[in-house]
Design a protein around this ligand. Structure first.
Ligand code: SF4
Ligand code: SF4
Length: 181
């Protein structure tokens, strides 16, 4: 296990889900530095992130076959600004994939339409959306999913991905980044 030199300065908390501009900028710089400077220690984190990424690519067609039917008639669209932010673990995932997160819009209200929503739906590939989008299935979506023949396979795949996600986050913390609240 490698201890990384961020224990005293890393003031983010591991369940961070809301941000202000300064904290978010600090988080971006810190994650960037960790993944650049400690590539070896982050190797397993990256492997788990890649497996989750492949999982999302695999389940995406099943989800989209249902959202394309259910979402167009929705009266309470969930794509609002507060759901379009990456949380702490999402940032681990994004940086582990070697990506840079798109800039959030801190000027918008939480209930405004999400920054990434276009007339044709989300502009982000599902595999790199915030987890608030990817792990959330509203009742309408879920009810419809359960009736499909591919549901069992999808459900099992999602379970495996959730385990991999937890391993990814745990591996990141075990690498020595002790987070001060
Ligand atoms: S996922 Fe559910 S809540 Fe969100 S737009 Fe589709 S039907 Fe509406
Ligand atoms: S699915 Fe896309 S548009 Fe909808 S809240 Fe998530 S990031 Fe925003």
């Amino acid at each position: 296990m490698t201890n990384l030199p961020y224990q005293s300065s890393f003031f983010l908390i591991s369940n961070q889900t809301t941000w202000d501009s300064n904290t978010y900028t600090y988080a971006e710089k810190t994650f960037c530095k960790i993944f650049q400077s400690h590539a070896h220690a982050m190797q397993r984190v990256k492997q788990f992130a890649q497996e989750v990424y492949r999982g999302f690519r695999e389940v995406s067609p099943f989800i989209e076959s249902i959202t394309s039917e259910v979402c167009p008639s929705c009266n309470d669209i969930c794509c609002i600004n507060k759901h379009g932010f990456y949380n702490f673990e999402d940032l681990i995932y994004i940086y582990a994939l070697g990506l840079k997160p798109p800039a959030p819009d801190f000027m918008k209200k939480e209930t405004d339409p999400c920054n990434f929503l276009s007339p044709r739906g989300c502009i982000m590939d599902r595999s790199v959306r915030p987890s608030g989008c990817n792990w959330y299935f509203c009742d309408s979506l879920f009810d419809s999913m359960e009736t499909r023949s591919g549901y069992q396979t999808f459900d099992e795949a999602l379970g495996r991905m959730a385990e991999l996600w937890m391993k990814m986050a745990s591996e990141f913390r075990n690498a020595g980044i002790l987070l001060a609240g």
